[in-house]
Structure formats: structure tokens, C-alpha cells
Design a protein around this ligand. Structure first.
Ligand code: ADP
Length: 559
């Protein structure tokens, strides 16, 4: 009887009880003996009792439900009250000998033909069992402060009375079912009481003592397994003893001895069985505990391993970070140190070329110009490496201010203008409206455009390089450097932004470079909250687009 599919004992008992009462009433209407006695030559259930069972069974059927429509609940309570009242009144009649005139209300003529006295009056034990049933139904949801349920106690008492009567009938022991001189509890009455009281006990299966019996735990299981045998075995043995005695199959002492031995044997079997059940439950629990413990141990070990791994990873990350910082520091320091002598070389070579302290020959000037150009190139390279190392270390700081976009274009164009000299190359600047401004790090923006423009000039032999800027609809300023140069194959579009990566071609070797310009430009654009993209077709020229927000958030930093 698992809680999931619990049988509706109370509901079935209610219906059965009403049916028994109704059957007996049919017996009274038709005059059929067996319908009123259930056993040959037995005592009859009286009409009043039969009506009480029909009504009481109905009340139980309704009250076993927890949620009932108020009107139906009212009706069921009235029915229970009726059962209680009938039981009590008849009990008083029996006790005092008075008559309230209720005994002969139904089938008076037929009742008068029966040997029960006073006519139509329920037996005393029946009145008690009936009163108990009525009261138990009325108090079905009452619970005392120390969790007693009067309803279940009364039902248990009623059950005891009914069981005694049934046993009395089974054993032929009259005092068990009849305490009055000319009346007794009939077999159908005892059966109906038994059913009704069992039903009341099971009407609230999760409450009180019944809950213990139905509980899904070991106690409930043990109770359910042991109870039927404990009840049935002595009853059966008693009956066998009585029948055996009546047929004189054994002496009184011999009979008792056999009875005792049998009861002891059954009880022993039950005790051993319960010990066995407890042991199985114990083992199952132990196994479960063991499994749980090992699972917990396993989980703990896994957690520890994961924690160790995480700690290792963290340590490695910290070490790597420290190494990378050390490298960046080294590069930054070295670059800085290299700049000083280079500036001296550039400065002195310029002075020498300008004839200070003494005039230089044409040949010397030409060579000094080469020294100067190489030194400048080296300086640019060092600047880029310096920027890269700062970006790498996350130390590139951003200083935002509002600048005119057209101004930035002009300032950058001026710096690359000399590269067009003596070549069939034209630099064109398409200025936006003079009012267009951008809040960004102007130095970095100039550096980005400069890198793109230098590339455009390097990789375009003749034609035009166009520098332009404008607004797009999404609050960004878009700068473009467009050339008519050698172009870049599609498969190289993503790689050209990697540091130290160059397209392997004769132009690259001719024009020089270290493969850092685009990487620096892109990283700087990202620091400013934007990006650099490329569109290019081999032989047709390239367009590099820088998209920057009109207002760079000051919180933006490198990395
Ligand atoms: P570099 O110092 O070599 O110019 P960059 O990072 O600036 O380094 O450029 C990487 C490579 O991308 C260049 O070597 C060149 O092959 C290609 N590239 C860059 N800009 C252009 C361009 N405007 N036209 C054609 N190729 C370009």
C-alpha cells in the first residue's frame, strides 16, 4: 500500500456499509430472511439499524474527502448527527426501559413478528457502537493538543465491539454479541459496524495511529506485514479449537496445548520474520550510507584536484604575466635608450650636411643624407616598437580632447606630403564640414592615419592617394585612406594586421618596413574604441577605413 496509489478504504467502506443497510431494508420490504440475517437462522438487523447504516455509510463517503462543497458537508454532518442521536436515544431506552416511540416507526407489523424484545429496539452493544460511529464521524477532523484524534479512538472502540460480536458468532459465544436478554447484535450488523469503523479509521489515513500503519517507512512496512497474521492466526486457531472440542477431536487440555503451541509457533515465525526484515532494511541503509560516503569522498577528491589545477593555472598565469611585463619593460627601456643616440646622429648629420662647422662637399652631403634617412627610419621603427610595448603592457594612456576632424586631416597630410615629391603621385584631402569634431586622443589618431598614409604612398607607384573623413549615421567618424596602388590579395587581408607580417613581394623588399605599422594602427584604434578595416583587390588599390566613436570614453585604456 504505497502512498502513491493508496486504496480508498474509507470510500469503499462507506459504500459497502450503505449497501448492507439497504440490502437489509429490502429484506424487510420483501420479507426475505436471508437478506436480513446474512446467515441461516441468524439474528436479523432491525430496520432502524439498517437505516442508520445507509445514512452513516453516506456520511462517511462524503466526510472522507477533505474538500467538500459546503452544502454537502452540512448534509453529511446532519447525517452523522442523526446516527449519533439514534444510537444515544436507543441506548437511553435500553438503559432506562423508557420508550421514545422510535423503535416501531418502520415495518411495525413485520417487527412485531420477530422474537426480539422490546419490539424493534436495537441491542445495547449496537447502540454503543452506533453512537460511537456517529460521534466519530462528527469529530472526524478534531485533534487534541497532544495530537490525539478522538475520532480514531472511538472508531477503534466501535471496531472492538464489532469484532467481539463477530468472534462471538464465529465461536458460538453468545455473551460476545448479545448482552440483552432478548436481543443481540446480528451478523450483518456486526459486519456493517466493522466496515463502518474501519472506514472511519481510514478516512484520515495520514493522521494518528493509522498513519503509523500506512507510513512508507520501515515501521509502517513492519506493521503492515505483521498485523494480518497476528490478528488472523489466534482467531483461526481459536475457531479450530472450538470446532475440535465440539466434535470431541481432542481433550480440553490437549486442545489448549495445541492452541498454545500453534500461537507460539506463529508468533515466533512473526518475530523472526520481523528480525529478518529489519536486517534487510539495515543492510540496505548501510550500503546506501557506504555508497554515499564513497561518493562524497570521490567528489571531495575531484574538487581538490580541480582546485589544485585552478591554482596551477593561476600560478602559471601570474608567472606569464610577470614574464610578459618584464619583457615589455625591457623593450620600453631599450627603445627609450636607443632614441637618445639616434637623435644625436640625426642632429649631427643634419648639421654636417648644412655645413656646420665646415662646408661639406657634394659627395659628403649625399652620404650624410643617407645616414640621416636611415637614422630617421630607425627612429620611426623604435617609436612603433615603443608604442607596441606600451600597448602590450596595457600602459598606453589615452588623453581625450575635442579636435576638429579637418584639422587632423591637414596635420597628417602635411607630414606625408614630401613623399610625393618627384613621383607621379598625388595626395588629395577631402575635408569634411569644418564644424565636424571628434573627442579622442588626437596624437593617436594622427599616428593611425600616418601609418595608413605611409603605406599607401609606399605601395602606390603612381596615381592618387585620397585621405577623407566624414560622419556615419551611428555616431562614429569614419576616416578613409584610399590608394590606387598594388592592392592586397584577399587571403592576406586578415594577416596584414599581425605584427611583423608582410606580403612577400618585391615591392615590400624595395620599400622596406618591419610589418608593424598596421598592427600599431589597429591596436591604437581599438584603444580609442574603434577599429581599422581593409578593402582591397590585387592590382586595383586599397582602402583602409578607420571608424572611431565621436566621443571616446575616458575609461578606455589599452588592452
Ligand atoms: P610595413 O612596415 O611592412 O608597411 P605594415 O604592418 O604597415 O608593415 O603592413 C603590412 C603589410 O601589408 C605590408 O608589408 C604590405 O605588404 C601590406 N600593405 C599595407 N598597406 C598596404 C597598401 N596600402 N597597399 C598594399 N599593401 C599594403
Amino acid at each position: 500500500m504505497s502512498p502513491g496509489r493508496r486504496v480508498d478504504v474509507a470510500g469503499m467502506a462507506g459504500i459497502l456499509c450503505s449497501l448492507m443497510g439497504a440490502t437489509v431494508l429490502v429484506g424487510w420490504v420483501t420479507g426475505s430472511d436471508i437478506l436480513r440475517t446474512f446467515t441461516p437462522r441468524g439474528i436479523m438487523m432491525l430496520p432502524n439499524t439498517a437505516v442508520a447504516f445507509v445514512v452513516g455509510g453516506g456520511a462517511l463517503w462524503v466526510l472522507r474527502q477533505k474538500e467538500v462543497r459546503p452544502r454537502l458537508l452540512q448534509a453529511a454532518r446532519i447525517a452523522a448527527g442523526f446516527v449519533l442521536l439514534l444510537g444515544m436515544l436507543t441506548f437511553v431506552e435500553r438503559l432506562t426501559g423508557w420508550s421514545f416511540g422510535i423503535d416501531m416507526l418502520l415495518f411495525p407489523d413485520a417487527v412485531r413478528m420477530q422474537p426480539y424484545r422490546p419490539f424493534g429496539r436495537m441491542a445495547t452493544n449496537s447502540t454503543v457502537a452506533l453512537s460511537l460511529a456517529g460521534a466519530a464521524l462528527l469529530l472526524i477532523d478534531v485533534e487534541t493538543r497532544n495530537r490525539w484524534r478522538p475520532s480514531q479512538l472511538m472508531a477503534a472502540a466501535g471496531l472492538a465491539i464489532a469484532s467481539l460480536a463477530l468472534l462471538g458468532h464465529l465461536y458460538g459465544a453468545r455473551p460476545l454479541y448479545a448482552i440483552d436478554r432478548a436481543a443481540g447484535m446480528a451478523v450483518p450488523t456486526a459486519l456493517a459496524f466493522f466496515t463502518l469503523h474501519v472506514g472511519i479509521l481510514f478516512a484520515r489515513p495520514e493522521q494518528g495511529g493509522v498513519a503509523l500503519l500506512l507510513a512508507p517507512d520501515a515501521g509502517g512496512m513492519l506493521a503492515r506485514r505483521l498485523l494480518p497474521a497476528t490478528i488472523l492466526a489466534p482467531i483461526v486457531f481459536g475457531w479450530v479449537w472450538i470446532v475440535g472440542r465440539q466434535r470431541e477431536m481432542f481433550s480440553r487440555e490437549g486442545g489448549v496445548a495445541v492452541f498454545v503451541v500453534l500461537v507460539v509457533a506463529v508468533l515466533m515465525a512473526l518475530v523472526l520474520r520481523s528480525a529478518y526484515l529489519v536486517r534487510i532494511a539495515d543492510r540496505a541503509r548501510e550500503a546506501l550510507l557506504e555508497r554515499e560516503a564513497s561518493a562524497r569522498y570521490g567528489a571531495e577528491r575531484a574538487t581538490r584536484r580541480a582546485l589544485d589545477a585552478a591554482a596551477d593555472a593561476e600560478r602559471a598565469r601570474v608567472e606569464a604575466e610577470a614574464a610578459s611585463r618584464a619583457k615589455s619593460d625591457f623593450v620600453a627601456t631599450m627603445s627609450h635608450e636607443l632614441r637618445t643616440p639616434l637623435n644625436a646622429i640625426i642632429g649631427y648629420s643634419t648639421l654636417l650636411a648644412d655645413g656646420i662647422p665646415e662646408p661639406a662637399t657634394e659627395g659628403q652631403r649625399a652620404q650624410l643624407a643617407r645616414v640621416n634617412a636611415s637614422a630617421r627610419h630607425l627612429l620611426e621603427l623604435i617609436d612603433e616598437v615603443l608604442t607596441l610595448s606600451r600597448l602590450d603592457a596595457g600602459r598606453e594612456t589615452v588623453s581625450i580632447r575635442e579636435v576638429g576632424v579637418a584639422d587632423v586631416l591637414d596635420q597628417t597630410a602635411v607630414m606625408v606630403e614630401p613623399m610625393t615629391r618627384g613621383r607621379k603621385l598625388r595626395l588629395e584631402v577631402l575635408r569634411p564640414s569644418p564644424t565636424l569634431s571628434i573627442a579622442t586622443d588626437a596624437g593617436k589618431l594622427r599616428q593611425i592615419l600616418l601609418n595608413l598614409l605611409t603605406n599607401a604612398m609606399k605601395f602606390t607607384d603612381e596615381g592618387t592617394v585620397v585621405l577623407s573623413a566624414g560622419e556615419d549615421g551611428n555616431g562614429s567618424v569614419v576616416f578613409q585612406v584610399k590608394d590606387t596602388g598594388i592592392g592586397i590579395a584577399p587571403e592576406h587581408h586578415s594577416r596584414i594586421f599581425e605584427s611583423f607580417w608582410q606580403v612577400q613581394q618585391s615591392t615590400t623588399r624595395r620599400v622596406g618596413g618591419a610589418g608593424l605599422g598596421l598592427n600599431v594602427a589597429q591596436q591604437l584604434a581599438r584603444v580609442l574604441g574603434g577599429d581599422v578595416t581593409v578593402e582591397s583587390a590585387l592590382g586595383k588599390g586599397s582602402t583602409f577605413t578607420v571608424r572611431l566613436p565621436r566621443a571616446t570614453k575616458t575609461s578606455l585604456r589599452a588592452n
